[in-house]
Design a binder for this molecule. Structure first.
Ligand code: HSE
Length: 428
């Protein structure tokens, strides 16, 4: 008997899901052992849905998700509501769910997983992080026997495109953003991307899977976007053999009692594999105890690539259904809490415009020492009467580093703090 799918949303991703199910129907049926059939498509406005069988369309999404003949609900409308109510209603009616909804999973994944577990249905969401890249199931399944220590991800294509243009063309932030908008990467209102909200939602999902803790939500993620990244930062990074990337970083604490989850721009050495990720591509670098270093790379957005991930989940659900099983998640929770950004161990790069005279360097070093921050290296460039001092710290609690910068800013020997950015390297 065919597996009947209710599709919620028929935009860029939804229409591609319909197209691919249709185009590959025979192959999919052979691969799974049962055909997949679209049983209905819920849209906000019937007259806007193009390229799909009009008889499948409805504006009554709630009636569709609870219809007795529907086996699986595929949600690609995004946002918190009505998506959450529809998904919970579907699960309550015994349907498995495939969703691409990062915002909802990041805010309330725990509720959705608990509902799915209780109902004995599947909840798959591969498309919610890094689009087409098979990443979440490898983290959940393939690495289930390993211990993930750190995840570093370029999970927002828009910001990667902007930073790449700033680096390769010497373009400014505004100009690069306008270019990203013209190419359709960035939205008319780019806030979710450039302020790091999109990446923060993805970071929460990654942290939950990597560290087997349901506790992390988007609100726990320390978030800084890229609007403050300047040409001086990019130049300073280049001079150090680094590029600037917006990274989502999920990291176990050294005492193994908590995790840190953050999104902010970093300077990354050019030899790091993530440094070579250009344009709007996504990539996620995983550091695991036994597997070592792994990198997942590919298209992080776009209708067809994202639909590929949705279809993969639909096939997984169909196979589970035929086997009479479901894959529950979140049953065992390590309970690892999220620690504050201030407690996170990071390294800073600081470029200071100072007067070139005796005692300045020692005064600067004294400010670092005052906060128990050890200096890793110092470079000085003469500029006539003045100089630029570039310091990179050893790892220290972020709060201590941030207080060091505050004190440097307030010191009369420092004319200007030209650039401050965290630096990431490989973990030891
Ligand atoms: N706006 C996102 C990006 C894609 O630029 O990567 C959807 O998550």
């Amino acid at each position: 008997m065919a597996m009947k799918v209710a599709l919620l949303g028929c935009g860029v991703v939804g229409s591609q899901v319909v197209h691919l199910v249709d185009e590959q129907s025979e192959e999919l049926a052979a691969r799974i052992g049962t055909p997949i059939e679209i049983g209905g498509i819920a849209v906000r406005r019937i007259d806007r849905a193009r390229g799909v069988d009009p008889s499948l369309l409805t504006t009554d999404a709630m009636a569709l998700v609870t219809r007795p003949d529907i086996d699986v609900v595929v949600e690609v409308i995004g946002g918190i509501e009505p998506a959450r109510s529809l998904i919970l209603a579907a699960i309550g009616a015994g349907k498995s769910v495939v969703t691409a909804n990062k915002a909802l999973l990041a805010e309330d994944g725990q509720t959705l997983h608990a509902a799915a577990r209780e109902a004995g249905v599947d909840l798959y969401y591969e498309a919610s992080v890094a689009g087409a890249i098979p990443l979440l199931r490898p983290l959940r399944d393939s690495l289930a026997g390993d211990r993930v220590n750190r995840v570093l991800g370029i999970v927002n294509g828009t910001t990667n495109y902007i930073l790449d243009r700033m680096d390769s063309q010497g373009a400014g932030f505004t100009e690069s953003l306008e270019e990203a908008q013209a190419l359709g990467y960035a939205e008319a209102d780019p806030t979710a991307d450039v302020e790091g909200f999109d990446a923060a939602a993805k970071a929460a999902i990654l942290a939950r899977l990597a560290f087997h803790t349901q506790r992390v939500t988007a609100a726990d993620v320390h978030r800084e976007g890229i609007t403050g990244v300047t040409a001086a930062d990019i130049a300073s990074a280049k001079a150090m053999g680094c590029v600037v990337k917006l990274l989502a970083i999920c990291q176990r604490s050294e005492d193994d009692k908590s995790v840190g989850v953050r999104v902010h721009p970093v300077m990354l050495p050019v030899e790091h594999p993530l440094a070579s990720v250009k344009e709007a591509y996504n990539a996620v670098f995983v550091e695991a105890a036994s597997a070592g270093r792994l990198m997942f790379y590919g298209a992080g957005a776009g209708g067809t690539p994202t639909a590929s991930a949705v279809l993969g989940d639909m096939v997984a659900v169909a196979r589970n259904r035929l086997a009479g099983t479901s894959v529950a998640e979140g049953g065992h929770d390590t309970g690892l809490a999220v620690h504050d950004m201030g407690e996170t161990i990071t390294s800073y790069h600081v470029a200071l415009d100072v007067a070139d005279r005796p005692g300045v360097l020692s005064k600067v070093a004294e400010i670092f020492a005052r906060h128990q921050v050890s200096i890793k290296n110092v470079r000085q460039e003469g500029r006539g009467e003045d100089a630029q001092l570039v310091l990179v710290s050893h790892p220290a609690p972020d709060a201590a580093l941030s207080r060091t910068v505050d004190d440097l800013r307030g010191h009369d020997m420092v004319r200007e703090v030209a650039s401050v950015m965290r630096v990431e390297t490989f973990s030891d």
